[in-house]
Design a protein around this ligand. Structure first.
Ligand SMILES: *Cc1c(COP(=O)(O)O)cnc(C)c1O
Length: 365
């Protein structure tokens, strides 16, 4: 079985870059989907030891798991809860909740009333253009009404999410930010104290330092995988560690892998590794075009990606070994003609940890 190796030095390096960029703003570590694959509780503990005090997740089960594992700081649940028992669970674990609608506010209020708890912390979630969760900024009177009907909930913050911070055109981002800050003003004038205002995440932290407000929510920058050009030197923190399970000599012209898609141009020594696409090897996220009206552009971009994308290479010390043919579910074949390896040798692959099955062990080294 391969393992996911997480380089602590690279992580520390990224954390210190994020600190410099964040300045006085709180850093909220976003730990959705098993902390981007780094391992929910182990990564949270790593951050807590280094002084990070704010965390955010998208699943209640993740929030309670963090609390049970000894995370003492703020844990913000970025998604709404409507189920009475779920809200009770969240309150008893001291989770900061999100309010995305008037009925969500009612549900929180009734659970807090039932528990006879006062000042239960919750943040207002605003949809400034993502089309996902939250009140619309033009609905300030609905927000004010919702807040004033809650007597057991304390508003600890307000947040929104940018949808185009990695795009070249900055106008959407500027509009979202302007709408968000204008709403914050309106709510403040209505007597609602908004302690922690936040809208920025990794891409916008790099591109729009003026949008930091009181906190920044960071996920991908920790992992060193940014969707904007990186001029600061964030480092990739993960490699997939695999083992050579067999070695063969094959003649020129021999097929390798599924689909009749690859033939050896020369006689080769090949090695089978135990890493395949089920471990995330070679897996990429593809964007569905939606109904944007730019389908031809999208198809061209995909075509370009297909043509220019290279097979991943295994690394052994400072030598690289290209993957031959298609990657199988739980193995891959590499060309070791130029530097023979043996069964049992360990090689590593570049990897996006998000796609590494949670069954794969995480090792911090
Ligand atoms: C995923 C997510 C983030 C973190 O985004 P990165 O670009 O990975 O830093 C922040 N806020 C919300 C609401 C998210 O869903």
């Amino acid at each position: 079985m391969p393992a996911l190796t997480i380089d602590k030095n690279a992580l520390e390096h990224n954390i210190s870059l994020i600190r410099q960029l964040a300045g006085d703003a709180d850093i909220i570590a976003v730990l959705k989907h098993n902390a981007y694959g780094l391992g929910l509780c182990s990564f949270a503990a790593f951050l807590q030891k280094r002084g990070i005090r704010h965390f955010a997740v998208t699943d209640l089960a993740d929030a309670t798991a963090l609390r049970k594992s000894g995370i003492a700081g703020n844990i913000l649940l970025l998604t709404p809860l409507y189920d009475f028992n779920d809200i009770i669970t969240a309150i008893l674990h001291d989770i900061e909740l999100s309010i995305t609608s008037p009925s969500c506010a009612e549900a929180l209020e009734s659970a807090a009333t039932y528990l006879n708890r006062f000042a239960v912390p919750a943040q207002l979630c605003i949809d400034t253009g993502f089309g996902r969760y939250g009140f619309l900024p033009q609905d300030s009177s609905r927000i004010i009404d919702a807040v004033y009907t809650m007597h057991h909930i304390r508003i600890t913050g307000i947040f929104s999410h940018l949808h185009a911070s990695a795009c070249r055109d900055e106008s959407c981002v500027r509009k979202q930010f302007a709408d968000f800050t204008a709403l914050c003003e309106t709510l403040s004038e209505a007597g609602i104290a908004l302690e922690q205002r936040h809208i920025s995440s990794s891409s916008s932290l790099l591109k729009f330092p003026d949008m930091r407000l009181d906190a920044v929510r960071i996920g991908s920058a920790f992992v060193g995988r940014l969707s904007v050009p990186d001029t600061l030197g964030f480092q990739e923190v993960c490699r997939l560690t695999a083992h050579i399970t067999d070695v063969h000599t094959l003649p020129a012209g021999h097929n390798v892998g599924y689909g009749n898609s690859f033939r050896l141009r020369r006689p080769a020594i090949t090695a089978v590794t135990d890493a395949g696409y089920c471990h995330g090897l070679g897996v990429k996220h593809t964007h569905y075009p939606g109904n944007h009206g730019c389908a031809p552009l999208y198809i061209l971009r995909r075509l370009k990606q297909t043509i220019t994308s290279k097979a991943p290479c295994a690394r052994y010390q400072d030598k690289l070994f290209p993957v031959l043919g298609q990657i199988c579910m739980n193995c891959s074949i590499i060309d070791i003609t130029d530097c023979p390896l043996s069964v049992g040798d360990v090689v590593t692959f570049p990897i996006n940890p998000v796609f590494v099955d949670s069954e794969v062990a995480r090792q911090y080294v």
